[in-house]
Ligand binder design. Structure first.
Ligand code: SGN
Ligand code: CA
Length: 525
């Protein structure tokens, strides 16, 4: 194999996770009956491919991996609707999008509805939210909240602190972490258990690294995914998207080629935003920024790349920036874990690390998410539970499962209308926890079309081995994948006669899930 080509991310990830303490029960037992604290850390657009513990080899994340060393790596963790605001609403309510009303990013979350932070408060918890929120309405159910405005900025971001806006100079990941540590420290003597939602902006577009991480991946061989030059044959919705690195990623906006001479121009409509992004930097930030990107801009101009060469250059710049942003994320998660360990909170705090969805690292030639294909349907999930299981769990879990899990941890009852299932038994005893009673398939529904990146509406079902997807609206197409033989989902087998029996079973399972979750609203654009 050409050393510059890497295999499909999923095939790289599958089966090669090596955990030092796999399948042992090595943590200190927790105090029986005491309500554990919950620290839920969620980043934005962090791919499992760039979490060291998932074994893809793209980069190391030594601090996030501390959760793998002391806890569980969920190797089959998924979302219900692969986009930010809907994903956050699934988290808060434990329900699919059609039930919580947050079907796409343009909606406003109804904060009057039942959410797990409200129920935890009733159960005696102190609740806090710090970082990205993205649900437009004011947060409800939190004793303290301090959130970024909308998507938030990487540099010198505006925070809304329990209603008051202020610009905080510096880098978003550091600032968000500082605020979380300050909040934890401020409640040192509190006797109530806490639930803190620590939501990072990183590594969302436009992947602006912290100054200290600029160039962290320079000189590294960043191999192209095997299917980078996908031609999307047999997959009309995949062919119709607008999220290709080659065609849709903007060199000024996404890849920081905002040259002082104003000679570089792009046609995606994003150039001016790229220049404005640079303009927001403070003078000393600009100086460090220029020292790094200046020579890259110069070489880019001199090389006048085109076609595949340009697409591959864009891919490598994108990956270098994205991974540099994660370096800071990982370092800051390390600061929080250090604090828990030094303060003694480590013994009675459950720590969850996940993302609002996955992301494409050039697979199919893409960045962004939205599709029910593996890279964006999956999301990393690592959980440390004091006194609990250490190792891997391969059960199919989904982001609607957090709410019932947290309620069960708190000893609160789980309301009937919550659609997720508690994964607490896995935290205690690993895969034996729920055994045969656990779900065998997952339901997914994406709605944001017409919308940025032009991914068509679709819903589908995934079992351990197969996936069935229906794209609908101004397109009507079915896709079927055999994930064992085609983990990169390149061959749509829906019309393949040898899969007729499987196709029928998957249709039946899809209908069962739509009935179970009561999803009757196929919204036509
Ligand atoms: C922004 C990005 C998109 C991204 C959405 C949703 N464009 O609109 O590329 O898909 O957010 O992301 S940008 O030009 O504003 O960066 S989400 O994770 O928040 O749902
Ligand atoms: Ca996101």
């Amino acid at each position: 194999m050409d050393k510059n080509i890497r295999k499909g991310a999923f095939s790289l990830a599958a089966g090669i996770i090596i955990l030092p303490a796999a399948c042992s029960h090595g943590n200190k037992p927790q105090d029986a009956g005491k309500q554990l604290n919950i620290l839920y850390i969620m980043s934005d657009d962090h791919s499992f491919q760039t979490v060291g513990a998932y074994g893809c080899g793209l980069m190391e994340t030594p601090n996030i991996d501390r959760l793998a060393d002391s806890g569980i790596v969920f190797t089959n963790s998924f979302v219900a609707n692969s986009i930010s605001a809907p994903s956050r609403a699934c988290l808060l309510t434990g329900k699919h999008s059609h039930k919580n009303g947050m079907t796409d990013n343009s909606r406003i979350f109804d904060g009057g509805q039942q959410t797990f932070p409200k129920l935890l408060r009733n159960a005696g918890y102190e609740t806090a939210l710090i970082g990205k929120w993205h649900l437009t309405s004011e947060p409800t159910g939190f004793d303290y909240w301090n959130i970024l405005v909308g998507q938030g900025e990487y540099y010198n971001p505006v925070f809304i602190d329990n209603g008051k806006r202020r610009v905080i100079p510096g880098y978003a990941t550091e600032i968000t972490t500082d605020l979380a540590l300050e909040w934890l420290d401020s409640r040192k003597d509190a006797d109530r258990p806490f639930c803190l939602l620590l939501h990072h902006k990183a590594p969302h577009r436009t992947w602006m690294p912290d100054l200290q991480d600029l160039g962290a991946f320079d000189g590294e061989d960043i191999p192209l995914p095997e299917n980078f030059h996908d031609d999307y044959s047999g997959r009309p919705a995949a062919a119709a998207q607008e999220m290709e690195i080659g065609r849709h990623m903007d060199v000024v906006y996404d890849l920081k080629m905002a040259d002082g001479e104003m000679e570089i121009h792009t046609d995606t409509g994003l150039e001016e935003y790229g220049r404005a992004m640079y303009a927001r930097l403070a003078p000393e930030q600009k100086a460090a920024w220029d020292a790094y990107y200046g020579p890259i801009i110069k070489a880019f101009k001199a090389d006048s790349l085109e076609g595949d060469e340009l697409a591959e250059w864009k891919y490598r710049r994108y990956m270098a920036d994205y991974m540099s942003v994660i370096r800071s994320l990982d370092r800051n998660i390390g600061r929080v874990l250090d604090y828990l360990q030094e303060s003694g909170l480590w013994e009675n705090t459950v720590v969850i690390y996940t993302s609002d969805q996955g992301f494409y690292m050039g697979e199919h030639g893409w960045f962004d998410k939205r599709f029910m294909y593996e890279e964006s349907f999956r999301t990393p999930l690592l959980v440390y539970y004091p006194g609990g299981f250490r190792g891997e769990v391969d059960a199919l879990v989904q982001n609607i499962d957090h709410a019932p899990t947290f309620l069960e941890i708190a000893g609160a009852s789980v309301p009937e209308d919550i659609q997720g299932e508690s994964y607490l038994p896995f935290l205690r005893t690993g895969s034996e926890g729920r055994g045969e009673r656990w779900r065998k398939s997952l339901y997914y529904h994406f709605y944001e079309y017409p919308g940025e990146h032009a991914v068509r509406r679709h819903y589908g079902v995934r079992t351990e081995w197969y996936k069935l997807i229906h794209f609908y609206g101004d397109i009507d197409s079915w896709e079927l994948y055999d994930l064992r033989n085609d983990p990169s989902e390149m061959h749509n087998l829906y019309e393949d006669r040898s899969y007729r029996r499987i196709r029928k079973k998957l249709h039946r399972e899809l209908a069962r899930l739509q009935e179970l979750y009561d999803d009757t609203c196929i919204i036509e654009p």
